[in-house]
Design a protein around this ligand. Structure first.
Ligand SMILES: [Zn+2]
Length: 344
């Protein structure tokens, strides 16, 4: 079969790899119907040292079950399923606490002999716990929005939930990438009435307004902080959803959060330490967030997508075939595409 392999910074190839096959009785074999490129794939794409060997890549996909091991129940050949970006048994103590990203028997896609999502098929470990059945066909127009349940929409939701967003909280979202826009959508869904989106790409912040942002701040750094303060009577917002992962973003987050408020971060941190000094302590700021246990949220978010109330799939602005995946990486890296959908 063909799948995406990363060899180093800027070097992504689509190659022949060994066919995905069942190995454990808890596995399922899924033919990928839609996959996509994640903003977090751009970190290795930007900096992975060239080592001469390639690694599989991709952690967001939905597809059709082609086969399942003897210990997998509840899934049948032909079922359309979505996979969260971490696989998990969904039964251990961490999973029962809604922290499937810490599953005692789980792991990451494209690591340790597990297939990546950006390919023709995937062997899914712990399939019964990992996969969520979708009650639509593989020709459904909802597929792009359903695919966001794999990562970006639950990640935005996790950011809003851990921050404590609700009808009485004001919100600043930092970042107009797919996760930031998903966080806007999630905050709106949780009842937030004031949502300030910090981002400087107009086409993206326009989608943010459509998703529920009430204000857009295009300025960055000290100017951006000043602008948010002006919009909030000098105080900042109760919650700040940091969806970038770079140091200036977390610094801005602490600068625009209201005293007693909460900063939640879901941008994979590319900084070694958090700038939470005495000032942050004295203002009683809570820092929360982390990697989103997407599996914990899929059932809750699914009905809004199935019934068309929310269309998180609008974050996809380009579709490529498997052969054009390297072009898709280039387009996301140079910011000419927001998020690239892959139709193998
Ligand atoms: Zn588990």
């Amino acid at each position: 079969m063909r799948a995406t392999v990363i060899y180093g910074a800027g070097d992504v190839r689509v190659e022949q790899v060994p066919d995905a096959v069942l190995q454990e009785p808890t596995d399922a074999l899924v033919r990928v119907v839609r996959s996509c490129i994640c903003g977090s794939d751009l970190w290795p794409y930007g900096s992975r040292p060239a080592t001469g060997h390639g690694d599989r890549i991709g952690h967001e996909f939905l597809g059709v079950v082609e086969d399942a091991g003897a210990e997998v129940s509840g899934l049948r050949r032909g079922d359309l399923v979505v996979a969260p970006f971490v696989w998990a048994d969904n039964t251990c103590d961490f999973c029962r606490e809604g922290l499937q990203t810490s599953c005692r028997h789980g792991g990451m896609w494209a690591r340790d002999g597990v297939d990546g999502g950006q390919g023709e098929a995937v062997r899914v470990p712990q399939a019964q716990g990992t996969l969520v059945k979708l009650p639509v066909g593989e020709d459904s127009a909802l597929l792009p929005s359903l695919l966001t349940l794999s990562d970006v929409f639950p990640t935005g939701h996790h950011c809003a939930v851990t921050a404590g967003v609700g009808p009485r909280t004001t919100v600043t979202v930092i970042g107009d990438g797919a996760v930031g826009l998903s966080a806007v959508l999630a905050a709106k869904r949780l009842g937030a009435e004031r949502i300030i989106l910090m981002g400087r790409h107009k086409d993206r912040t326009d989608l943010g307004r459509e998703f529920g942002a009430t204000d857009v701040v295009a300025e960055r750094g000290a100017e951006g902080v000043e602008r948010v303060r002006e919009l909030t009577g000098g105080d900042g917002t109760h919650t700040v959803l940091e969806c970038v992962g770079l140091r200036p973003a977390i610094e801005t987050a602490f600068a625009v959060v209201r005293n007693g408020g909460t900063v939640s971060r879901v941008g994979a941190p590319q900084y070694p330490d958090v700038p939470a000094d005495f000032g942050v302590f004295f203002r009683n700021i809570t820092l929360t967030g982390g990697v989103a246990p997407a599996r914990a949220y899929i059932e809750e978010l699914l009905p809004d997508v199935l019934e068309g109330r929310l269309q998180p799939g609008k974050v996809f602005d380009r579709t490529v075939g498997l052969g054009q995946v390297p072009d898709g990486y280039r387009a996301m890296a140079d910011r000419s595409a927001l998020k690239v959908l892959i139709q193998p």
